[in-house]
Design a protein around this ligand. Structure first.
Ligand code: ADP
Length: 445
């Protein structure tokens, strides 16, 4: 255990387990987000555009027709149920489809239409009469490659002359083979093997290079290096496109190595606020008392749907069990579940099939379940050093300005350590968290 900010000692509970769960890779998060975002994410933020040449006109389109897409592609877009370009697509598509080709770095949160945009750009640039790879897309994992590949196939559904090859582990081609598909999608290591050692295709003939999920890419050992090596084999005039959900300094540096002379498009995440949230805390002595308090809260108010956050898998599992025994229909998200299983759990919860969702931090990061009115922090959020994790707190409890409904948050405090975390959070947001007596719940609601 490490000393906390003001000397309180962090309980020794499963510190190692938490760390292990924290390492759960970003790629799984990213795939989960893709699987649960079957629609565009709402956003009121403005798109920021930085043009390589600030004097050139800035184009933006409000319809897909304005892009003069090939009819087969327009058909594909409409068949997918897209009516008009998303916010980021309004600017990104004209830029990517311009002649001569322009390079682009684009950042926006998951679910804002980045993937659909670059797929449309790749499909538009392909010459179906040429039977060699012209577009190359790298993505961080096997699963993400398959997911993106599926969307390419879907969007190209009415353009059967264009075909796709998967450069992923397990997809072994015979020595000496030349890939004839116009698009290759794969993980960096295998793509690099295909174009260097194995010579399955000629990188000098590639006209569009897409690097997807740059933030996930750099978090994975080796990917950054492989990506740079691939990029160096491509011709100068090849169009380079890079996408990322987040934009830390490290991502930006990597992006600049991959994409020379870029245009940059950014869409800020919707700001989250605690203004419309009533925040409470309850004092308990241990997890059993926390559970009793939780039951009291459930007995006192009508809760449409609640999300309950626990620190470890063990606690989450225990709590889910207790709640079920108490007659609740409980959904549980846990790190050992496959991403597809997690996506299914979230879908069921969204549809209201279960009213309570118990989860650990890691599993729920980045997931927006907008209709949830009550959030319970069964354990307060702490970072890996045991300090108050304010960002996670805000993300769990906070609502985005325009779409947010009113909400209720209850924090369970069971030690000096967690009281200290609570105080830090309270100070940081300068918003009072009110003590709640769960034996007398008249004040709530
Ligand atoms: P990102 O790559 O930013 O995570 P996606 O391109 O995967 O976003 O889009 C998120 C979801 O929205 C997907 O289900 C996609 O099919 C859908 N989508 C993308 N663009 C549009 C659009 N213009 N209109 C409607 N839905 C769209």
């Amino acid at each position: 255990p490490k000393p906390e900010e003001n000397g309180a000692i962090r309980p020794a509970e499963d510190v190692d387990k938490v760390e292990e769960e924290d390492k759960e890779d970003r790629a799984a998060q990213s795939l989960l987000n893709k699987l649960i975002h079957t629609n565009l994410v709402n956003t009121t933020s403005r798109v920021e555009v930085l043009q390589r040449d600030p004097n050139s006109p800035l184009y933006s389109v409000k319809s897909f027709e304005e892009l003069r897409l090939k009819p087969q592609l327009l058909h594909g877009v409409y068949a997918m149920g897209f009516n008009r370009p998303s916010k980021i697509q309004e600017n990104a598509l004209p830029m990517m489809l311009a002649e001569p080709p322009q390079n682009l770095i684009a950042q926006s949160q998951s679910g804002t239409g980045k993937t659909a945009a670059f797929i449309l750009a790749m499909l538009s640039h392909v010459d179906p009469a040429q039977n060699w790879p012209q577009c190359l897309c790298v993505s961080p994992t096997f699963e993400l490659v398959l997911q993106t590949g599926k969307v390419i196939e879907q969007m190209g559904n009415f353009y059967p002359e264009i075909t796709l090859a998967y450069a992923i582990r397990g997809n072994k081609l015979e020595r000496g083979v030349k890939v004839q598909d116009q698009i290759i999608i794969g993980t960096p290591g295998t793509v690099l093997d295909w174009c260097s050692k194995l010579k399955f295709f000629d990188p000098r003939k590639v006209r569009v290079f897409v690097l997807d999920e740059a933030d996930v890419m750099i978090a994975t050992q080796g990917h950054q290096d492989h990506s740079v090596r691939i990029q160096r084999m491509l011709p100068k005039q090849c169009q380079m496109l890079l996408f990322s959900a987040t934009f830390e300094e490290t991502v930006w540096r990597f992006a600049q190595r991959i994409v020379p002379d870029p245009n940059v498009i950014k869409l800020k995440r919707e700001e989250e606020t605690l203004d419309t949230i009533k925040q409470y805390y309850v004092l308990c002595r241990n997890k059993e008392e926390k559970f009793t308090s939780l039951c009291n809260i459930y007995g006192a108010i009508t809760i449409a749907q609640a999300m309950i956050f626990c620190h470890t898998r063990k606690t989450a599992g225990w709590l889910a069990g207790e709640l079920s025994r108490d007659g609740h229909q409980v959904a549980q998200l846990s790190g050992e579940m496959a991403v597809e299983q997690r996506a299914a759990v979230i879908d069921r919860f969204r549809d209201g099939k279960e009213k309570v969702l118990v989860t650990t931090n890691v599993c729920a990061r980045g997931i927006d379940v907008e209709q949830v009115s009550v959030v319970i922090n069964f354990d307060l959020p702490v970072d890996k050093d045991g300090n108050a994790d304010k960002e996670t707190y805000l993300h769990r409890i906070g609502r985005t300005g325009r779409f947010g409904k009113r909400g209720l948050a209850v924090n369970m405090v069971d030690s000096e350590f967690s009281m200290n975390i609570l105080n830090r959070i309270q100070e940081h947001f300068n918003k009072k968290i009110v003590r709640l007596d769960t034996d007398d719940l008249d004040e709530i609601e």
